[in-house]
Write a protein that binds this ligand. Structure first.
Ligand SMILES: *Cc1c(COP(=O)(O)O)cnc(C)c1O
Length: 396
């Protein structure tokens, strides 16, 4: 029989998602891996114990359950190794703690996930790391910001909330000329639509809370590194004692099996609604990388294989007070769209974006930014909900 690995190497995304990570014949033929709850692992004798001479040695260092998920991520990301952590935010903070030391300088994209900025401005600063924010569209120009003590360049594309694209390959090439480690928050695209390591990124970060989970019920993060940067990442995880829980790991692996078909639906529905929004007179601009009107569209088209289901639009308003009133009326009227944080689940969500932390890419002048996560509901129903929101905004 031809080995499954070689078949999977050339297979399509959905085939890979159905079969990656776990070999049923290694566990009595059961299709899914066991959920191993463990702290203690027993050794057959003291010699094996002293040498750590067996595959599993302690619960924090991995189990068959966490290994199954890590193997799937290694294959999807083309990584040498993956660590699991208890949230997407920890998937950012753990690698930052791995690669940064007192006296270092870090370059962070200005449109970064807000809690990442909070970590940088508080804890990293306290630990003696100097943080500088850069324009998401800087491209190869990042080189002018690199100093002798710059150690890490963090990217996220598209941007949180405003969806600016980044020229990841150009940034990675410039950073590597100065021996910086390049990290990327790849949560929006998932490894199906973008593979950061193929574009020169060293460490790919996911809030698996989002599409891999898919059901708004699990918090988890993954960090996948290339050969060069894997040992330090792995070492840091062990040192910090941060690890993925067995039930959560199992649920994320379960979510991965259907992520491809879910994403296809999210992608198509979100694009249909984004196009519909472009035709509305109440909308100043739609911020969605797959729209030709979007400034980052060419970069998205060149580098990405798809678009997921979250984007924003700018509600036209004369001034801030009017914008606030209209946005509140719009959001309070929605009923299928829930008001809530996070995304990647089956249900649609909306929120008013807060861009007050930005230092370079500030809030747009035309009006408030509304972010939509398009779930798995039928588009016609979602549009009806949005129409009611616009009607309420008009009479606000
Ligand atoms: C949600 C999110 C995170 C954090 O994930 P949590 O599991 O909620 O901590 C990190 N990065 C991005 C881009 C996100 O959207």
């Amino acid at each position: 029989m031809k080995s499954k690995d070689s078949l999977l190497a050339g297979a399509g995304d959905n085939t890979r998602l159905a079969h990656l990570g776990h070999d049923p014949m290694s566990y009595h033929g059961f299709v899914n891996p066991p959920v191993v709850h463990a702290s203690t692992v027993l050794f057959p004798n003291v010699e094996t114990m002293e040498n750590r001479g067996q595959k599993y040695t302690y619960g924090t260092r991995g189990t068959p359950t966490t290994d199954a998920l890590c193997e799937a991520f290694n294959a999807l990301e083309g990584a040498a190794g993956t660590v699991l952590v208890p949230s997407g935010l920890a998937a950012i903070t753990v690698p930052f703690l791995a690669y940064l030391s007192a006296g270092d300088h870090a370059l962070i994209v200005d449109s970064v996930y807000t809690p990442c900025r909070h970590f940088c401005d508080t804890m990293l600063k306290r630990l003696g790391v100097e943080v500088e924010y850069y324009d998401p569209e800087i491209g190869a120009g990042i080189e002018t910001l690199i100093r002798p003590n710059t150690r890490l360049v963090h990217t996220e594309a598209p941007a949180s909330n405003t969806f600016e694209m980044q020229d990841i390959r150009a940034i990675a090439e410039a950073a590597h000329r100065h021996d910086c480690v390049v990290t990327m928050d790849n949560t929006w695209a998932t490894p199906l639509f973008f593979r950061p390591l193929d574009f020169g990124v060293d460490v790919s970060i996911h809030a698996t809370t989002k599409y891999p989970s898919g059901h708004s019920d699990i918090l988890m993060g993954s960090v996948s590194a290339n050969e060069k940067h894997w040992p330090r990442l792995h070492e840091t995880q062990i040192t910090l004692g941060i690890c993925g829980a067995p039930d959560d790991s199992y649920q994320i692996l379960r979510g991965l099996r259907t992520m491809g078909v879910r994403l296809a639906h999210h992608q198509a529905s979100a694009l249909e609604i984004a196009c519909w929004l472009e035709g509305r007179s109440e909308v100043a601009r739609v911020l969605h990388p797959a729209l030709e009107s979007f400034p980052g569209h060419a970069v998205w088209k060149r580098d990405f294989k798809g678009a997921s289901g979250i984007f924003s639009f700018i509600l036209k308003a004369g001034d801030a007070a009017e914008g606030r009133k209209k946005a509140h009326a719009f959001l309070n009227t929605l009923s299928l769209f829930g008001l809530g944080y996070s995304w990647g689940g089956y249900e649609s969500l909306a929120l008013k974006v807060n861009l007050s932390d930005r230092t370079i890419r500030k809030a747009p002048p035309e009006g408030p930014v509304i972010r939509l996560q398009i779930g798995l509901e039928d588009v016609a129903d979602l549009i009806k909900d949005l129409e009611a929101g616009f009607a309420a905004a008009a009479s606000a």
